[in-house]
Design a protein around this ligand. Sequence first.
Ligand SMILES: NC(=O)c1ccc[n+]([C@@H]2O[C@H](COP(=O)([O-])OP(=O)(O)OC[C@H]3O[C@@H](n4cnc5c(N)ncnc54)[C@H](OP(=O)(O)O)[C@@H]3O)[C@@H](O)[C@H]2O)c1
Length: 276
Amino acid sequence: MNILLTGASGFIGGHILRALEQAGHEAQPVSRRYGVDFQRMLTPEDWLPHLHGIDAVINSVGIIAETRGQTFGALHYRAPAALFRACVMAGVPRVVQISALGADGQAFTPYQLSKKAADDVLRSLPLEWFILRPSLVYGEGGKSAALFRCMASLPLMPLVGDGKQRIQPVHVSDVVATVLQCLQAASARRTLDVVGAYPLTFVDWLQSMRRDVGKQPALTMPIPSKLIMAAAHVGRFIVPMLHPDNLRMLQRGNTADVQLLAEFLGRMPLSVEEAP
Ligand SMILES: NC(=O)c1ccc[n+]([C@@H]2O[C@H](COP(=O)([O-])OP(=O)(O)OC[C@H]3O[C@@H](n4cnc5c(N)ncnc54)[C@H](OP(=O)(O)O)[C@@H]3O)[C@@H](O)[C@H]2O)c1
C-alpha cells in the first residue's frame, strides 16, 4: 500500500515507519522535519496535493503540552479534521488515527478534548476508519518512559502522592502491531483502546523497571499531590510534559479493558514483564 504517515519523525511514528517499510509498504512521511507544519494545514485543500495515489493515512502527530506556536486546537483537531475531510474528497479509503486513552465522554483536559474532537469528526465521515487510543506507550525512544526510567533509577524514588495511580502501559511494538492490523482488517469503523496486558500501579511499574536492570526495590518518597501540582505550574516551563493537566490525567488513572484489543490482535498484548 501507499501510505501517508504523519508524525513519522516521532517516537511512535518512527516505529510505525520502520514497520511499514519492513512489511513492503510505500510510506510518505509527513511532519515539520519533512517540510509540513500542521499549524499551516488547516483546510482540506491544504492536504489534497499530498493525497494523490494514497491508499491509507495514518495520523501520529501530537503534543503532550502546548508551547508557543504549537496548539492542541490546530495539531490535534483542526489539521487532522481537515486531513480526514480531504481523504473523503480524494477517495482515500482508510484512515488510522492515533488518539489517546481518555479521549472519550469523560475527557476533561484540553489534550484529551482536542483528541476527541478530531476522533468525532473522523467517526462522522464515510471512511474506513480506526481510532486507536493508546495508554502510556513505552519502548526505545519514548520520552515519557525515559523520564519514568530516570525516576526509577534514583535510590529514593519520588512519587506523585502515594504512587498508587492505576496505569496500563503498552509497549510500542503492540501499538505498531495494532496499526498494521488496521491496514488489513476486513471490518473497519472501530475504536480500540490500546493497552498493556493488565493494569498496575505507578509505583509498581517503577519498581519493575528497577528489577529489569537488576536493582533492588527502592525506598519511595511520596510527595503530596498539592505540592507536586504547585511545582508543576512552574516546572512545565522547563519540561512541558510536567504540565499540571498531565498530572491530573495520571491521578485519574489510565486503564481499559484489554479484551477487544486481544481479539483484534489475535493474542494478548505484552505485559511489562514480557516486554523487551
Ligand atoms: N507516547 C505516548 O505515551 C502516547 C500515549 C497516547 C497517545 N499518544 C499519541 O501518539 C501520537 C504520537 O506520540 P509520540 O509519543 O510519538 O510523540 P512524539 O515523539 O513527540 O512525536 C510527535 C510527532 O508529531 C510531529 N509534530 C509535532 N508538531 C508538529 C507540527 N506542528 N506539524 C507537523 N508535525 C508535528 C513531530 O515531528 P516534527 O517535530 O518533525 O514536526 C513528531 O513526528 C500523539 O498523537 C500522541 O498524543 C502517545
